[in-house]
Design a binder for this molecule. Structure first.
Ligand code: UD1
Length: 366
């Protein structure tokens, strides 16, 4: 029996752990999975609603660390997580993605000699000003098993000198959750509530500190988005950080008077119904670049780089950067095309079966 601690902390972790936890519970003769929630995200809309929508069992351990500076948050997670590892003595600790909870829990295990599996390993934006890039590099450097979503990630790891037998290309577990939930999302009422017709609106998400913490950058982005929204109304479920900055920079009235509809962060199923019916998605999220690729929805990424190049080479993603003029041009380009280029492919092993492959590898590598 493999005892595994499955770690979640922030919103983008929940949809990655859900299918793994489900698969481990299904294979209960082989696995004893326990969920540890660090509490990095704690608002109902950022955390609890995902447990409900994704059918994740209540966490076995809740560390309740909350927000703080990077140092404070990382240290609090480490201090709270260490006794859990000592008490449970797991065979594996499984971390996902690139948030502070990922590196904090991995670092605890590396020092205690407990084996770490990193799901979504090897992604690189090559932009070290992104906190997530630091988390990715460091987590990969101390993990025992590096489970990748795309072959470019394998190449990144090999180039950093990682032993080949630690790397396993298993596919994208986030797409497991997407395929699992698509039917359920049809019963969401969100489009009806917002009076939206399929393909007659765009969806926007923005939360990267580099985009929303600097007033000039954020205002420039919003000005381009105001113009786009004149042609296609934009729905904008805003992250708490983003919402706070709209108020801080005195942009509340301007947004309210525009065709950008600012709403609260949505749960997993409501958000899925929203973006899956959109004509266009504009985002700085990592996960949404992948979800739009899996569903062939045009996506403009408002960043200068991406750690997910396969969404560009295979998928529907276009990296437009943060220059307002370029954003305007790219969006109008998508809107003027009769249909979006249909030669888009779903990347290899984004097939809804990644969690099964992850479990197989954990068994082999014991
Ligand atoms: C974190 C991740 C980021 C991920 C994002 C998704 C890191 C370094 N960053 O960024 O990779 O894309 O989550 O959301 O781990 N807050 C709330 N309620 C909450 C959580 C946060 O109001 O439930 C507010 C707090 O003011 C907090 C701020 O949001 O200070 C930022 O939260 P934090 O977890 O530090 O980083 P995110 O920006 O959410």
């Amino acid at each position: 029996m493999h005892k595994v601690l499955n770690i979640v902390g922030a919103r983008p972790n929940f949809m990655k752990i859900a299918p793994i936890q489900r698969e481990m519970l299904r294979r209960s003769a082989e696995f004893l999975p326990l969920i540890v929630h660090t509490g990095q995200h704690y608002d109902a809309a950022m955390s609890d609603s995902f447990f409900v929508d994704l059918g994740i069992p209540e966490p076995d351990f809740h560390l309740e660390v909350g927000s703080g500076s990077h140092a404070v948050q990382t240290a609090k997670i480490m201090t709270a997580f260490e006794p859990v590892v000592l008490q449970e003595n797991p065979d594996w600790v499984l971390v996902v993605g690139d948030v502070n909870s990922t590196i904090a829990c991995a670092l605890v295990c590396a020092k205690l000699g407990v084996k770490i599996a990193h799901v979504e390993a090897g992604l690189r934006s090559r932009d070290r000003s992104m906190p997530e890039e630091i988390n990715r590099i460091l987590t990969d450097a101390i993990s025992d098993l590096l489970l990748t979503t795309s072959e470019d990630a394998d190449e990144n790891l090999k180039a950093e000198g990682v032993a080949v037998d630690k790397i396993k290309f298993v596919g994208n577990v986030m797409i497991d959750s997407l395929f699992h939930s698509l039917k359920l999302a049809e019963s969401s009422k969100i489009r009806k509530t917002l009076s939206l017709e399929e393909k007659k609106y765009a969806v926007l998400t923005l939360h990267r500190p580099s985009n929303v913490d600097d007033e000039t950058v954020f205002s420039g982005l919003l000005n381009a988005l105001f113009e786009i929204s004149e042609k296609l109304p934009i729905v904008f479920p805003a992250h708490p950080r983003t919402k706070a900055n709209i108020e801080k920079f005195g942009l509340t009235k301007k947004v309210a008077a525009s065709n950008i509809k600012l709403i609260e962060p949505l749960g997993y199923l409501d958000f899925m119904q929203l973006y899956s019916g959109a004509r266009l998605v504009l985002t700085d999220s990592g996960g949404l670049q992948e979800e739009t690729t899996a569903l062939s929805i045009p996506c403009l990424t408002l960043r200068e780089n991406t750690e997910r190049p396969i969404t560009i080479s295979h998928g529907t993603n276009v990296l437009v950067g943060t220059n307002p003029e370029k954003i305007r041009r790219a969006a109008f380009g998508v809107l003027s095309a009769e249909t979006f280029s249909s030669d888009k492919k779903i990347p290899p092993l984004w097939d809804g079966c990644a969690a099964g492959r992850i479990c197989d590898v954990l068994i082999q590598k014991r």
